[in-house]
Design a binder for this molecule. Structure first.
Ligand code: SF4
Ligand code: SF3
Length: 550
């Protein structure tokens, strides 16, 4: 590693579109960044033994979940807590030893697994810091290899996030765990060529589709299929709790525990789609959605007045004025905030947040009205005839997939302008917090079909793929790229990376990514993506619309 204090280039806001080297633009400190890198390295060591244990039929569920949760905790804006990472690394080294011993006991061979990731040991914060300096991304000299390993690592983080949401609802797939761990181990295999690493990335996309399908099954089997819903964006007059992030299990628990307490519940940012699920809509004290995408929380958490529960990313380092009202759970963490742990039986006790809410003022109104959503695959496919007719008659000329993330960069105004400038015979298919750039504009409808169809969270990008595949079948096309669908995707963190790899695996070509291409893609890797998949960036609204409508 060079003399920089840290090196992180995993998100779209990486400093100078190269990497954060002193402190993250996200607020992550250099010591936390380095400890996150070291945790990933420790997970590679556990994975090596774990894969062997799997071959021997040993139950590895504990380590599978630990590895998955560890990857998730390093995602952008999830966990900023240094102590947490020190503890996780210590646990990782302990678990590595434990699973190694189990492998030996079962007659397995461990000699072949010996490498630095399985052998190194340290037990103090200082020695972790020292070790971290040796294993960061900059220790990989070849920039193309570094780029491909970055791509796979970040894809795995996104994959782990979706896998964890699924296992929280009791849905697990051994194949996903095995892939994640094999891929982690492969990133340390010096015999892997650039071609091997490209193939590994595409394989990650394939497993990404599986994970999103599994999560979709988990969500819809547990809470029903999302329904077309008008979501209230105004406020009621009772004290309330705001819930953000992506975890629907936490949403369920919170609604159950607040029922009848006189405390209302609102969603923020990526929790908005919870409003579309039948199992949640039935609660009268579930009032609606408050505010916008994650990066506006510094203002919106302030005016919400009540406590906030962060179930996953994106957490912005909280301002002192509302810090005492923010609670974390799951993979999220921040020094000084109260963290709600999971009980042995899988439940969580949110009573401290509920009691806190009772002492707070109701939310201050920041807007009024409704937004419409709930266009996941089940709903859209039930409207398939109407959609197909509209395409055949020419009422709908083109669909634009504008899924992904929102972020604080001014350059993202492009997406608002783009949505506004699109001709009236086009429909936007969206998922993820990217939607906040245009979901409150009045873009009208086409014969009753709204011009912005929100499928849900970023993981519900899966729905958009299901819809595309169904349309391909209905129109009897050979290739998904023959559909009148353009892809103009906004990315920010690592879940968008796995969504991208999933789309590439499905054969989708000519995806445009913005507002900037990932800093971790080297010029040669960009060339591979351009040549094989037609990946491109964005320019300006006018030229891009001309280009897309070709
Ligand atoms: Fe920088 Fe993004 Fe990494 Fe934060 S997550 S340190 S903003 S690259
Ligand atoms: Fe948003 Fe963080 Fe990515 Fe789930 S909440 S899409 S950025």
């Amino acid at each position: 590693m060079n003399s920089a204090e840290m090196f992180c280039h995993q998100c779209q806001e990486a400093a100078k579109n190269t990497g954060c080297t002193v402190r993250g633009v996200c607020g992550k400190t250099s010591d936390v960044s380095n400890l996150q890198d070291l945790l990933i390295y420790a997970l590679k060591g556990i994975s090596a033994y774990n894969l062997e244990a799997k071959k021997l039929g040993i139950n590895t569920n504990k380590t599978d979940r630990f590895i998955t949760d560890g990857l998730f905790a390093t995602i952008t804006n999830a966990n900023f807590d240094k102590k947490e990472f020190v503890n996780r690394i210590k646990t990782a080294l302990y678990l590595r030893q434990e699973i190694k011993e189990e492998v030996i006991k079962a007659g397995g061979k461990v000699e072949d697994i010996n490498n630095d990731s399985t052998q190194w040991f340290a037990d103090s914060e200082e020695s972790f810091e020292e070790k971290a300096k040796l294993i960061g991304f900059l220790s990989i000299e070849n920039e193309d290899v570094r780029s491909l390993i970055s791509l796979i690592t970040f894809g795995l983080k996104g994959l782990a996030a979706y896998t964890e949401h699924a296992f929280n609802l009791g849905y697990e797939d051994e194949e996903i765990y095995t892939f994640i761990q094999q891929a982690l181990v492969d990133t340390l295999d010096a015999t892997k060529t650039a071609d091997d690493l490209v193939a590994l990335n595409l394989k990650a996309g394939e497993v990404g589709v599986k994970a999103m399908a599994l999560l979709d099954k988990a969500n819809t089997s547990t809470y029903g299929h999302p329904e077309i819903t008008k979501v209230n964006i105004g406020v009621g007059n009772k004290p309330a709790i705001l819930i953000s992030g992506h975890d629907l299990k936490d949403m369920e628990e919170l609604l159950k525990q607040t029922d009848g307490t006189g405390v209302d519940v609102y969603t923020h940012s990526e929790m908005l789609p919870a409003n579309y699920y039948p199992a949640f809509k039935k609660y009268h004290h579930f009032i609606g959605n408050y505010g916008n995408a994650w990066w506006k929380q510094d203002k919106e958490f302030e005016s919400f007045n009540g406590p906030i529960l962060m179930t996953t990313n994106c957490l912005v380092p909280p301002k002192p004025s509302y810090k005492d009202r923010v609670y974390t759970t799951g993979a999220v963490g921040f020094e000084g905030l109260t963290h709600i742990e999971i009980n042995e039986d899988g439940t969580k006790d949110f009573s401290v947040i509920i009691e806190h809410a009772k002492k707070c003022q109701p939310p201050t109104e920041i807007e009024k009205g409704e937004i419409i959503g709930g266009f996941a695959h089940n709903t859209v496919l039930s409207l398939a005839d109407k959609v197909v007719d509209a395409v055949k008659s020419g009422a709908i000329k083109q669909f634009f997939v504008m899924a992904g993330c929102d972020g604080r960069m001014k350059s993202r105004d492009y997406y608002t302008d783009f949505a506004q400038a699109l001709p009236n015979d086009t429909v936007i298919l969206t998922a993820g917090c990217a939607k906040y750039k245009y979901n409150k504009l009045d873009l009208g409808d086409i014969g009753g079909i709204p011009r912005v169809l929100d499928a849900g969270q970023c993981n519900d990008s899966y729905s958009l793929a299901v819809i595309a595949l169904k349309l391909k079948e209905v129109f009897e096309l050979n290739d998904i790229n023959e559909l009148p669908i353009s892809y103009n995707i906004a990315w920010y963190e690592q879940k968008a990376v796995i969504v991208l790899l999933a789309l590439l695996h499905l054969g989708v070509k000519n995806i445009h990514l913005g507002p900037t291409l990932p800093a971790f893609l080297s010029p040669n890797v960009v060339n591979v993506l351009v040549e094989n998949f037609g990946i491109g960036g964005i320019t300006n609204v006018e030229d891009d619309i001309k280009m897309f409508l070709g």
